[in-house]
Design a protein around this ligand. Structure first.
Ligand code: SAM
Ligand code: SF4
Length: 452
């Protein structure tokens, strides 16, 4: 009997990966993916706790789902409702208290136990809660990844964080740092390539702190892992995220010089351009360290472009501190970046700092920072007009006859191309810049196709 499973994913790429793995775990029970929650037999909200807004969304969505659940019950069916991810980890008991119609609450480390939880929820009257950090590693118990048909695949290689930045919930919700053995990562990469992946993004909350057991004993860092993956036939592109500036060592910088498959966009969050703020945040590096790292990376690969995360309005941030962030941004020049107003998270040290920055000042600083970021992003995009970029075509575009893909710099690119080219890497001339994408044009009718 098949059952409809709808998973709604919030937050980071690691949650996207986890959602796919939850679907894999439930497939043997007959659950197949459904586009919407309407009439689904099971709905999972895979949540994010990183900022207050992200966490709030979960409770409003739970309210909406209650109506669907009741409608299904009136028709004699049952919709099992599960909350997974970091909100579940941090606020499990509160979810069951505030939303008693939730059947299952599970933290990120217990996804492999989902079938047992579904069985228990089917029997039980109350909600099932599992937010342990179990002794067994969940990756050892998850089934082999199912047939992803995507040309660009995600692969989690590291989880958790021991760095305890003062603003961040990740060490509490995802737990201690853990790296998967290199042989497991390579085996999963081979399977993904077998299912059509041309590009793999290696994921981790602190991916460049990776130190997995090596196939030949000892440990491998991320640099060695990337070199091994680059040798796999059929894998054309490798990316990794998210990195910490502190873990950007010489071996990893050298990989950017040596491995052509490693794509030339690096997401390297700096958060602030003020040493005073970086120290208060417990980031463990200075602005000068960050600039030196960027310089060394550019020496290693001249076309490397940078992306970052910024937080404005961290407790105690003065106008001068904020100005220092704009200065750093000017100095480095970012191809893209994510920027956030500081959001106090319960239980983190920064949340109880007395000198919180007023909301209007945060908003005003965020607007100024985003204006500069947008101008840098636009300048970077314009600099590619006229150039030829190898674009990995991932799916049909918004208009019939159009395909959409990504440039080496991760920019979305769309072009009028034959639908048969999905999954191919095709050289396209960049002919225009739109607000959120680039327009590409085929060089020749028979564009180069990299066959599966
Ligand atoms: N591990 C990565 C690093 O060290 O840069 C970041 C992981 S975190 C999931 C993604 C981003 O969310 C952070 O880089 C930071 O900019 C932002 N973030 C985390 N906690 C935040 C908070 N309390 N308020 C605002 N932004 C936050
Ligand atoms: Fe959070 Fe990243 Fe800091 Fe870890 S290193 S505490 S994940 S911001």
């Amino acid at each position: 009997m098949t059952r409809k499973l709808h998973i709604k994913t919030y937050g980071c790429q690691m949650n996207v990966y986890d959602s796919a793995r939850m679907a894999d775990v439930l497939a043997p029970l007959g659950y197949v993916a459904a586009e919407t929650a309407d009439d689904a037999d099971m709905v999972i909200l895979n949540t994010c706790h990183i900022r207050e807004k992200a966490a709030e969304k979960v409770f409003s969505e739970l309210g909406r789902l209650r109506a669907l659940q009741n409608r299904k019950a009136r028709r004699g069916g049952r919709m099992i409702l599960a909350v997974a991810g970091c909100v579940a980890q941090a606020e499990g008991a509160e979810i069951l208290a505030r939303a008693p119609h939730v059947d299952i609450v599970l933290g990120p480390q217990t996804y492999h136990r989902l079938p047992e939880m579904v069985a228990a929820a089917t029997r039980a009257a109350g909600g099932v809660l599992d937010t342990e950090f179990p002794a067994e590693a969940k990756f050892d118990f998850l089934p082999e990844a199912s047939a992803t048909r995507s040309a660009a695949a995600l692969l989690t290689i590291q989880e958790g964080c021991d760095k305890f930045c003062t603003f961040c919930v990740v060490p509490y919700t995802r737990g201690a740092e853990f790296s998967r053995p290199a042989a497991d990562v390579i085996a999963e990469a081979r399977r993904l390539i077998g299912h059509g992946a041309r590009e793999i993004t290696l994921l981790g909350q602190n991916v460049n702190a990776y130190h997995g057991a090596a196939p030949d004993g000892g440990d491998w860092g991320l640099a060695q892992l990337i070199r091994a993956l680059a040798d796999l036939p059929g894998l054309e592109r490798i990316r990794y995220m998210t990195s910490h500036p502190r873990d950007m060592d010489a071996a990893l910088i050298a990989v950017h010089r040596d491995v052509a498959a490693l794509m030339p966009l690096l997401h390297l969050p700096v958060q602030s351009g003020s040493d005073r703020m970086l120290a208060a945040m417990n980031r463990g590096h200075t602005v000068a360290d960050y600039r030196r790292t960027v310089e060394a990376l550019r020496q290693a690969r001249a076309d490397l472009a940078f992306s970052s995360d910024f937080i404005v309005g961290y407790p105690g941030e003065s106008e001068a501190d904020f100005q220092a962030t704009l200065d750093l941004m000017q100095g480095v020049g970012f191809a893209q970046a994510y920027s956030f107003k500081y959001s106090p998270r319960p239980g983190t040290p920064a949340a109880s700092e007395p000198d919180q920055v007023p909301e209007p000042i945060k908003s005003e600083r965020l607007a100024r920072l985003q204006e500069l970021l947008q101008s840098q992003q636009r300048a970077f995009n314009l600099s590619l007009v006229g150039s030829v970029q190898r674009v990995l075509l991932e799916r049909p575009g918004r208009h019939p006859g159009q395909l959409a893909g990504r440039s080496p710099f991760l920019q979305p690119v769309h072009a009028w191309l034959d639908a048969g080219l999905v999954g191919a890497i095709v050289p396209l001339r960049i002919v225009g810049v739109e607000p959120n994408s680039l327009a590409g044009e085929a060089l020749v009718e028979a564009a180069e196709r990299i066959s599966a």
